[in-house]
Design a protein around this ligand. Sequence first.
Ligand code: DAK
Length: 257
Amino acid sequence: MSELVLYEKKESIALLTVNRPKALNAINRDVLLALEEAMAELRQDADIKAVILTGAGEKAFVAGADIAFMQGLSPADGEAFSRLGHRVLDAIENLNKIVIAAVNGFALGGGLELALACDIRVGAEKAQMGIPEVALGLIPGFGGTQRLPRLVGPGMAKEMLATGKRIKAQEALSCGLLNHVVPQEQLMQFCMDMAGQIAANSATAIAYGKCSMNAGMEMDLARALAFEAGQFGLTLSTPDAAEGVSAFLEKRPPKFQ
Ligand code: DAK
């Protein structure tokens, strides 16, 4: 595993840390490849039930795509970089486990887009979030123009796009960009506790439920409900459902796989 993304296992929880603190964890091609490798490993690892993604150092989650790296790119290289970014962020969004972004500081541009691909975002009080690409003559190239309006609504997303302003944690909380805001020193423990709660439930059911929500949000309601019904039927046939239902009826805690 690359030094650019540190991978620690804490029992059934994986902690991934983007590790370029001197560049505020800015994302270049090698960081994306390291994240992609981590996702491939996590997908196969049945012992891991939840994932926390954060940035190294005191200042930043991820301060954006690496501006110096992007400067030298030809249009073809830029498109390839964007496509790689889409592939990796899609792999995070569609991972068969919940990914919590622990936003420990600046989450800007590609860094905010990385957080948007996660399922849940928890911010430290000092977190600042924004998509300042227009100040560089660019637009968000890792899905930000699509995932941000889906999360916070088009009005707020377009304001953030066009002004490039950085919003503070409380404002990000109020528009739904962050699920929770906690003091800096409590951030990792808060995320670990949430991951622990997730890990106590059926990993199979969580994977089916996440897939149903992700897929359904791209469909009209009638199709989405039909999809959910199919997924529900499938979960009924899993060993975890047999165990969970039996455990309830036998008044004992379940032992999920
Ligand atoms: N890229 C590269 N290096 C960065 C960086 C970034 N995004 N952000 C910070 N750094 C580096 C700084 O250059 C500095 O390096 P040294 O000078 O020490 O060598 C070091 O990190 C510390 O940064 P500062 O000295 O600036 O620290 P401050 O506390 O004073 O300021 C800051 C923190 C986050 C406010 C500031 O660093 C800043 O404004 N950073 C840039 C934030 C930004 O504009 N982010 C968005 C980047 S654009 C696409 C794909 C993706 C995207 C677009 C298109 N396609 C392929 C089409 C996405 C674009 C972006 O994300």
